[in-house]
Design a protein around this ligand. Sequence first.
Ligand SMILES: [Zn+2]
Ligand SMILES: [Zn+2]
Length: 356
Amino acid sequence: MTLEIHVLGTSSARPAQGRSVSGSIVETPNGMIVVDCGEGFQNRLVKHRSAMKSFGGRRLKMSKVGAILLTHGHLDHTWGVLPWLQTMALDGRKDDLWVIGPTTSEVVDTLLDSEESPEVSPSDLVIQYDMWMDLGATSEALGYDIFWILGDGERWVNMNDGSQIDLPQPINQVTISAHPTQHTVPSCAWKITTSERKGKFDRKSTSQLPIDIKQSLAAGQDCEYEGQMLKAAEYRSKNEPGISVILSGDTAEQAIESDCNLLIHEATFLESHSDIANEHLHSTAAGAARTAIECNAEHLAITHYSGRLDNPVASLSEAREIHSSVIGLSDGDRLILNNDLSLTHLVKSPEGWTQQ
Ligand SMILES: [Zn+2]
Ligand SMILES: [Zn+2]
């Protein structure tokens, strides 16, 4: 069981230095999740999918995307949503799709308690939701069921009918959770965790037992056999824990209150510009590395570079002084978090992907 992250944009705020704005696909064993979907997302997706097909023959099926998770309402993270929804409609999508993002507690109160429209800042996702609806992003117009969910991390509102719901879990055996971050608009990091897997049943040492005893042991029931008590737990290896990735979105340096195996964190600035980072509630590469240590992350991948950075070299060396396993992401990269917690970094070139 692996988690594979396809990184389709690593620039902050606007396309710069040949990099595009935010957008990633997290491929789980049971479906895909898009985290952020900035301007031009589907253009990049088309190129990425055709490269995946040419160099390896693997198809990324868009019907497998079960959710779009938004970290906040800045347009470099959201402006690609609507055109892509419409393309999926043109392609005849029939599968359900969840679009989930953060808003303020005040907005949640208003959505749940009154008929009035909440007062919000222009970057609040509530405004984009209204705009998307006006532009035809309804289930009726798209031809597939789309569920819009906004929440403050604790309470989630189904915008389709105004009801309060638990945070949806659109992918089987995968848990998503939202973790508050600190930015100039309501924001959160998203954690994606695969389920714990049952250990393997020991067929060899049960091969001489009668079939009904074997079946009971496999089902986890202790059995008496020829005067001996056979413990089911002794015939199965330990459960394998799930693996997890957190994608930070935009945030000032702050603890994300959850552990993970891989942290993909913004590193808009270098420490030499920490004053600007603090002013705009962004992080430095060193700050991202400190957060990775706080999250007990085995690996850190940095992204969302300021246009003033030509490449991630300086960011990488800054972060590596603090954390021992850091990758500087580029557009088109693929990261594979393996079950044994090793990380495979595939870098895109015109000839396909090469392992770093
Ligand atoms: Zn951003
Ligand atoms: Zn932002």
